[in-house]
Design a protein around this ligand. Structure first.
Ligand code: UDP
Ligand code: MG
Length: 136
């Protein structure tokens, strides 16, 4: 059954810094995900802490928020059939060492923290995350 969804992707500072934005966008578009909106921005640590607040009890939370706010990021709204799941599959496992061949994190990820991309993990979170970056 076809179900058109929108999901949020973030190209993280390590990937933006290495000029991988266009290569990553091409992976999305070649896999039937349309880029509906995209913008480059540099968020504050407070904004990163708000965005990642589901992880506030985790030992890596402080470093994670520091990292996401350490340099420019590119945020994207991706749209397509089963977009949430397709994007997660294209990203690969959180730890690039464990990511499947040809996934974004396998191709470009440096480490579990510098893993090049974020992607919403459910339709419900996708809506919240899209609103976080694109609701005016
Ligand atoms: N992270 C980390 N150390 C860990 C686990 C996660 O630095 O041990 C970072 C990693 O960059 C990851 C983010 O925290 O992308 C959010 O973690 P999550 O488990 O939601 O992974 P994801 O959904 O990004 O695959
Ligand atoms: Mg996650």
């Amino acid at each position: 059954m076809s179900s058109i969804e929108q999901t949020l992707s973030i190209i993280k500072p390590d990937a933006v810094e290495r000029n991988l934005t266009d290569k990553i966008k091409t992976i999305f578009t070649e896999n039937n995900l349309k880029i509906k909106e995209t913008k480059k921005l540099h968020i504050t640590k407070d904004e990163a802490s708000e965005f990642y607040k589901v992880h506030q009890s985790k030992p890596f939370y402080n470093d994670l928020c520091g990292y996401l706010s350490s340099g420019p990021i590119v945020v994207l709204i991706l749209e397509g059939d089963n977009a949430v799941k397709i994007n997660r599959k294209l990203m690969g496992a959180t730890d690039p060492k464990k990511a499947e061949e040809n996934t974004i994190r396998k191709l470009y990820g440096i480490s579990i923290d510098k893993n090049s991309v974020h992607g919403s993990d459910s339709l419900e979170n996708a809506k919240k995350e899209i609103d976080f970056f694109f609701k005016s």
